[in-house]
Ligand binder design. Structure first.
Ligand code: C5P
Length: 397
């Protein structure tokens, strides 16, 4: 909750500014007071009237607005807030912040402040990937600016990739975590995420539709609560969480080795969709079509990483959590899985195509513990992650 918190919200000029309107509402719902600042470019995307109506406060727009200078002054405006949030943050404002430029109200406020600053970048994928933006990002992180997102996804410009602003609820969760207690400080938590790729030959592989979104959201939530996270990830669609120690892997066997290398841990969360089988007859040369018939693939079962860690006799993490992606009889299958693998909790969900959960932004989970099954309402993957992270924190104290 954000009662008694004043947030100076700077909206800069990107199409994601429309999400800034929802962000104001969400911050208000949680009790925050929002002082909005619009750049000139932001005014091309949202009107000052709609922003001030939602914020219930005057919109600040111009450095040389003398009334404002007399009323408050830009220095005081920047310092009277508990947090400065820049959402959306364009490549341009990031560049200005990294260089310490102050040629309009927004950049001047950011330079004049000693208040914590969070940014939610939003831009075209090429702008995000550009070495200049990545340089600025590193500079800002080094300067102590907290960065929320961006997410991967379809963009207004028709391209796909990282650069889409985090959803308002993800930003709110990061803001709440900023103000909230950090119960996981000093805890090491291992998270596996994403699919695995099991090679058939150097160019082909067997995989599954896991995007890595839920595991990534979970790692972000754990980090926000203060955990030191090792994030072992297969080739996911979404960018790995900032602030984690990221260990990229391809296959289940590599994932198992990375997990073992990352132990000991206070808790281990197995959100990866590990391939059950690998191709033992994988070729080191590309398979060719031949008149002699179709290739025959031979399979072997992959190691069950979750079961292995759950059943460790020495050095077992204090809490081991598995996931169960099912398409029918979710609770029954997941309850049996918990017993079979020996983990403490199972987070079960229905991934049949009609639910749109696999690869989507929402999730509806049932948490299976020794106390039985607890069905959570459908919510964003970020909200599932924060709720689960808080439960993990409660279990570890
Ligand atoms: O048996 P199933 O694949 O349904 O189990 C799902 C759970 O087990 C997930 O938590 C997944 O990360 C984990 N798992 C694993 N290693 C495997 C298979 C699954 O860690 N080889």
């Amino acid at each position: 909750m954000l009662q008694n918190k004043r947030i100076l919200l700077i909206l800069t000029g990107g199409i994601a500014a429309y999400k800034g309107l929802d962000l104001i509402r969400r911050l208000h719902e949680r009790g925050a007071a929002v002082t909005p600042v619009l750049t000139r470019a932001a005014e091309q995307f949202v009107t000052p009237l709609s922003v001030s109506a939602l914020a219930g406060e005057k919109v600040y727009r111009d450095l040389f607005d003398l009334t404002d200078e007399a009323e408050m002054g830009h220095i005081q405006l920047s310092r009277s807030a508990d947090l400065i949030l820049v959402a959306p943050a364009t490549a341009d404002i990031m560049a200005k912040m990294a260089q310490g430029r102050a040629d309009d109200l927004a950049s001047t406020l950011l330079l004049a402040t000693d208040t914590p600053v969070m940014i939610a970048p939003a831009m075209n994928v090429r702008m995000w990937d550009h070495p200049a933006t990545q340089r600025n990002l590193e500079q800002l992180r080094g300067d102590g600016v907290a960065v929320i997102g961006p997410n991967d996804g379809d963009m207004a410009c028709g391209e796909f990739g990282p650069g889409r602003m985090s959803e308002p609820l993800e930003i709110v969760a990061a803001v709440e975590a900023h103000f909230g207690p950090k119960p996981l400080t000093g805890k090491h938590i291992l998270v596996t995420s994403g699919p695995t790729h099991e090679p058939i030959d150097p160019v082909r592989y067997i995989a599954n539709r896991s995007s890595g979104a839920q595991g990534t959201a979970l790692a972000r939530a754990l980090i926000a609560l203060g955990a030191n996270v090792t994030f072992v990830t297969g080739p996911a669609d979404v960018a790995a969480p900032q602030g984690a120690t990221v260990v990229p892997v391809q296959t289940a066997q590599e994932m198992q080795a990375a997990v073992n290398a990352a132990l000991p841990a206070d808790a281990a969360i197995f959100a990866a969709a590990v391939a059950d089988w690998r191709v033992t007859s994988a070729s080191d040369k590309k398979l060719k079509k031949s008149k002699d018939g179709l290739p025959i693939l031979e399979f072997a079962e992959n190691p069950d990483i979750l079961a292995g860690v759950s059943q460790m006799t020495k050095g077992r993490p204090g809490l081991v959590v598995g996931f169960a992606a099912e398409t029918n009889d979710v609770v029954d299958h997941a309850t049996a899985k918990r017993a079979r693998k020996g983990c403490d909790w199972i987070v079960a969900n229905d991934v049949s195509p009609k639910t749109g959960i696999m690869g989507g932004t929402e999730n509806a989970v049932v948490l299976i513990t020794d106390k039985g099954a607890d069905a959570w309402p459908r919510m964003s993957k970020a909200d599932v992650a924060m709720r689960l992270a808080r439960k993990i924190a409660d279990a570890l104290v």
